[in-house]
Write a protein that binds this ligand. Structure first.
Ligand code: NAP
Ligand code: GDD
Length: 352
């Protein structure tokens, strides 16, 4: 049980509107944190993943939609406009909020898209981290910093499974930007004695995953086939293998890293790997559809100029030092994702 007499801890999250940001917000609010989030302006509403929190606290829809900041400070979730490309806004916010913990989850996070916008990806996913670290250094605020590092950094990995000591051989502009951010984070830890953690997270998925990542795309596509709304799913490389975990469990690992005595780097993974084809087959099978291959059309636009053929992580250090272990495995993850999509389409799922 939480001690409610203690002063509320404050966390500042970039990427709060994303998959991980929204789950971490749920997690931290349940731990009685005051959560501050960076949101960027967009012409369409980009806060759907946080809407349940606003509805639960019955805040004024007006301030949420128009500005998003909790003007009346009635809830523990406060949003601020800013951007990882805008260093002055980051420094101003950090000075104003004085957070105990900063989680840098914001990024141009799509690997294939990073080949189309490499410069922007470097700007946000790489340099965005430097801007935040510089803001901490200049404001001299005593805070802890989490960097969302990625298994994509291992790229064409030289060993299997990949662990904290495995060399990075990135295969995409996104992977290169994350390697830059990782090394910068380590350098600021060593040079300035800051508390900094790199969470090297392998793929993690959920019903809140962006629709253009492969697991969500497949789960949504199959649910739509069941509903008679489409006939096919267009995919790229079905042979690539990934170590897929469940996002809500992975945000807990982030928090655990930040509660240690010292900042350190940790791999977070399930230790299991499956191909995109196996995931597709599993989802079709859960939906009761045989001959899954006849519903798949290959489209070359989804192939990447360079691909990572296989990733599998070794999270032994996280188990030993953080007591963290994944519970949701491949088959259950697939079921959670398919059932969420079927539910959205009004299809009642009864499973034994
Ligand atoms: P996501 O759903 O794509 O969310 C990315 C977040 O970054 C969104 O909130 C997005 O805002 C924000 N963002 C993008 N550009 C920005 C900018 N210029 N300024 C400020 N914010 C910006 O990603 P995720 O899956 O939650 O992943 C969270 C972090 O972990 C990312 O850094 C990702 O690269 C990393 N990671 C993810 C995985 C994974 O499997 N999910 C694995 C390893 C590492 P909008 O909502 O406005 O677009
Ligand atoms: N997105 C997508 N769309 N991927 C496809 C498709 C498709 O239609 N067809 C096949 N794939 C293959 C990709 O080529 C890749 O090998 C695999 O499916 C997974 O693709 P994504 O779901 O886009 O994830 P990712 O592994 O490239 O990147 C995700 O995980 C990284 C951690 O390893 C992202 O969340 C990154 O931000 C994260 O760092």
């Amino acid at each position: 049980m939480e001690n409610t007499n203690q002063a509320k801890k404050k966390a500042f999250l970039t990427g709060i509107t994303g998959q991980d940001g929204s789950y971490l917000t749920d997690f931290l609010l349940a731990k009685n944190y005051e959560v501050h989030g960076l949101v960027r302006h967009s012409s369409v509403f980009n806060r759907q993943r946080l809407e349940h929190i606003y509805q639960a606290t019955r805040r004024s829809a007006q301030s949420f939609l128009e500005y998003g900041t909790d003007i009346e400070q009635k809830s523990n979730l406060i949003l601020h406009y800013g951007d990882l490309s805008d260093g002055s806004s980051l420094a101003r916010l950090i000075a104003k909020i004085q957070p105990d913990e900063i989680y840098n989850l914001g990024a141009q996070s799509h690997v294939q898209i990073s080949f189309d916008i490499p410069e922007y990806t470097g700007e946000i996913t790489g340099l965005g981290t430097v801007r935040l670290l510089e803001a901490i250094r200049e404001t001299k605020i005593k805070t802890k910093f989490y960097q969302a590092s990625s298994s994509e950094m291992f790229g064409n990995a030289e060993e299997t499974p990949q662990k904290e000591t495995t060399a990075f051989r990135p295969r995409s502009p996104y992977g290169c930007a994350k390697v830059y951010a990782y090394h910068t984070a380590v350098n600021y830890r060593e040079a300035y004695g800051l508390f900094i953690c790199n969470g090297i997270l392998f793929n993690h998925e959920s019903p809140r995953r962006g629709e253009n990542f492969v697991t969500r795309k497949i789960a949504k596509g199959v649910a739509e086939i069941v509903a008679g709304k489409r006939d096919h799913i267009y995919l790229g490389n079905l042979e690539a293998k990934r170590d897929w975990g469940y996002a809500p469990e992975y945000v807990e690992a982030m928090w655990l890293m930040m509660q240690q005595e010292q900042g350190d780097d940790y791999v977070i993974a399930t230790g299991e790997t499956h191909s995109v084809g196996e995931f597709t087959e599993e989802i079709f099978s859960l939906a009761g559809i045989d001959n899954w291959e006849k519903y798949i059309k290959k489209n070359p636009i989804y192939y990447r100029p360079t691909e990572i053929n296989a990733l599998i992580g070794d999270a032994t250090k996280a188990k030993n030092k953080l007591g963290w272990e994944p519970k949701i495995r491949f088959k259950e993850l697939a079921r959670i994702m398919l059932d969420a999509e079927l539910k959205k389409l009004g299809i009642i799922v009864i499973r034994n």
